[in-house]
Design a protein around this ligand. Structure first.
Ligand code: R5P
Length: 295
């Protein structure tokens, strides 16, 4: 029992100062509970309102991927520069130290491989395991227009329901089928469906025309997917345009870990996302860090 002798009289009530009730910093998130907001604050920086997520979940349908053969050797040096890691529970448990400060966004849909129809996914992780792993969000692939469109959307809504029960945000990941047009009209459709059905944030690809309308019409934050490897300056330009046009950050994989200098590249991406550096400034930083690393 606490020592109750000589308790001091309480006096610091400050009735003249109203208690603050600040709005949460992410769009569409004001009505969420404390646990969910806290987890989102570990993914998105409250200072910039943005995130640099490092996507290394490719193996869930691709198996071994260039740059991810030895995650312990190639990815662990990048982790200190990532706000968040997007990955599978297999890699999390086997390779990522539990002391990592990066928040974890867990890939929870799966069940298909590149050898078959990719949209034929189910939920592949129990919510209890996500809680055991102390993750900050659950990532579900949504194939709008795909062969298993309905199934993938219902995967996401099931995760949203479970996530709301435990305070875990769901990330809707828009996947584009091979034959579908990658344009603003498609991404407005796909991102809006994810948000309308409850995803707390959405990952989608950048498009040159009308990306600002994709972000504006989605009532929750959007993070830009990286896509196939392109030259570093082009990738930095794409990330810069995306955040200037309304994205709340990026979730990039190959354009970071397949870069000639991945540690330099992720820092250059951070400069674009968190410090609003121009692509040219960030590319100069990339070159400097690359030279320093070579010694
Ligand atoms: C999307 O299909 C998966 O989440 C990918 O494994 C990953 O996000 C792709 O990242 P990137 O296209 O930037 O390599």
């Amino acid at each position: 029992m606490a020592d109750t002798d000589d308790l001091k009289e309480s006096t610091s009530f400050h009735p003249e100062i109203p208690q603050q009730s600040a709005a949460f910093f992410l769009k569409g998130a004001n009505a969420l509970g404390w646990g969910m907001q806290n987890r989102l604050s570990r993914i998105f920086s409250p200072a910039s309102g943005r995130t640099v997520m490092l996507a290394i979940d490719h193996g869930y349908f691709l198996g071994t991927t260039t740059g991810l053969e030895r995650i312990d050797l190639t990815i662990l040096p990048l982790v200190p520069y990532a706000d968040s890691l997007m990955l599978t529970r297999g890699i999390l448990r086997t390779v990522i130290p539990p002391t990592t400060p990066a928040s974890i966004v867990l890939r929870v849909s799966g069940g298909s491989s590149i050898l078959k129809e990719l949209s034929n996914e189910e939920i592949a992780v129990d919510i209890e395991d996500s809680l055991r792993l102390n993750v900050c969000a659950l990532a579900v692939q949504v194939f709008v227009g795909g062969e298993f469109e309905r199934q993938s959307i219902i995967n996401m809504t099931r995760m949203v329901d479970l996530g709301l029960r435990y305070g875990l945000p769901t990330l809707g990941v828009t996947a584009v089928g091979k034959d579908m047009a990658r344009d603003a009209r498609y991404f407005r459709l796909a991102t809006r469906i994810c948000a309308e059905l409850g995803a707390q944030y959405v990952k989608t690809y950048y498009v040159e025309q009308g990306f600002d309308t994709v972000c504006a019409s989605c009532p929750v934050p959007i993070v830009m997917a990286g896509g196939k490897k392109i030259p570093e300056l082009d990738a930095l330009t794409m990330a810069w345009r995306a955040v200037q046009e309304g994205a709340a950050g990026v979730d990039m994989g190959r354009n970071i870990f397949q870069s000639e200098a991945p540690v330099a590249m992720i820092q250059a991406v951070r400069a674009v996302v968190h410090e609003n550096q121009t692509p040219q400034q960030a590319f100069a930083l990339y070159r400097t860090l690359q030279r320093q690393a070579r010694g």
